[in-house]
Design a protein around this ligand. Structure first.
Ligand SMILES: NC(=O)c1ccc[n+]([C@@H]2O[C@H](COP(=O)([O-])OP(=O)(O)OC[C@H]3O[C@@H](n4cnc5c(N)ncnc54)[C@H](OP(=O)(O)O)[C@@H]3O)[C@@H](O)[C@H]2O)c1
Length: 222
């Protein structure tokens, strides 16, 4: 049985990834700060109390999972807070928080769990096309865009660093999805986003490591 660990699994896209991977027969380790009734009803393993911005929290998680090999590590937890050029001084804590969650945490989580990965494991970072420089045709959302652009380049470094261990890294954009993050506006529901993400995860291999793709199968520009 394959094992998948997903951060931010209590709601939104992360919850739906947990639900669909469970129904595909994975052993699912759902990581969150607080669980939810929906997650509890899924019959997956739940690791609560894990803040992805806390090294202590992540080391505790790695310790509790000692001996568990992860076939799939999905860095899904994310944060969007609106930000503007004129507002930076008033919003500076929110800007920093987005870097903590969106840019630093995927690397901190992957580093903490690196000894749980083996040849054939896959590391996924749920990023956003809002972190694409060439796709930025409308401006605004400085902190979120910057934090996702930063995680994109970090994901490429991870792909290089993990290549010799035979571990593939994928940077995936889920689409514009109706979740708490978007105030339930968007083009698709989490069910469709997660289904597309899982198809892209299935396609990920060492030839595609370090790629930036949309859940719908498009390759995205940096
Ligand atoms: N929705 C979209 O249209 C869209 C588009 C592009 C990319 N994305 C990306 O997709 C991913 C999932 O987004 P979503 O739409 O499902 O968002 P969401 O519904 O707002 O869920 C965000 C998840 O991240 C968790 N999280 C945030 N900060 C955390 C922290 N410090 N420690 C642990 N968990 C933390 C949240 O946990 P709590 O419940 O504890 O807050 C929640 O489980 C994110 O990386 C997001 O940037 C989403």
């Amino acid at each position: 049985m394959k094992t998948a660990l997903i951060t931010g699994a209590n709601r939104g896209i992360g919850f739906e990834l947990a639900r669909q991977l469970k129904s595909r027969g994975y052993r699912v380790i759902a990581v969150c700060r607080n669980d939810s009734p929906e997650l509890k009803a899924l019959d997956v393993e739940i690791e609560t109390g894990v803040d992805v911005t806390s090294g202590e929290s992540l080391n505790g998680l790695a310790e509790r999972l000692r001996g568990t090999r992860l076939d799939l590590l999905i860095n899904n937890a994310g944060l969007l807070k609106s930000s503007s050029m004129a507002g930076i001084e008033d919003e500076i804590d929110d800007w920093r928080a987005q870097f903590e969650v969106n840019s630093l945490a995927p690397i901190r989580v992957t580093s903490a769990l690196r000894n749980h990965l083996n040849e054939g494991s896959k590391v996924i970072i749920i990023t956003s096309r809002m972190g694409s420089i060439s796709d930025n045709t409308s401006g605004g959302q400085y902190a979120y865009r910057m934090s996702k652009a930063a995680v994109n380049i970090a994901g490429v470094s991870l792909a290089h660093d993990l290549k010799e261990r035979g571990i593939a890294v994928g940077l995936l954009h889920p689409g514009y999805v109706r979740t708490g993050m978007t105030g339930n506006t968007g083009h698709i529901d989490p069910e469709e986003a997660a289904a597309g993400l899982i198809e892209r995860i299935d396609e990920l291999n060492m030839d595609r490591t370090g790629s930036f793709r949309h859940a719908n199968g498009e390759d995205l520009p940096w």
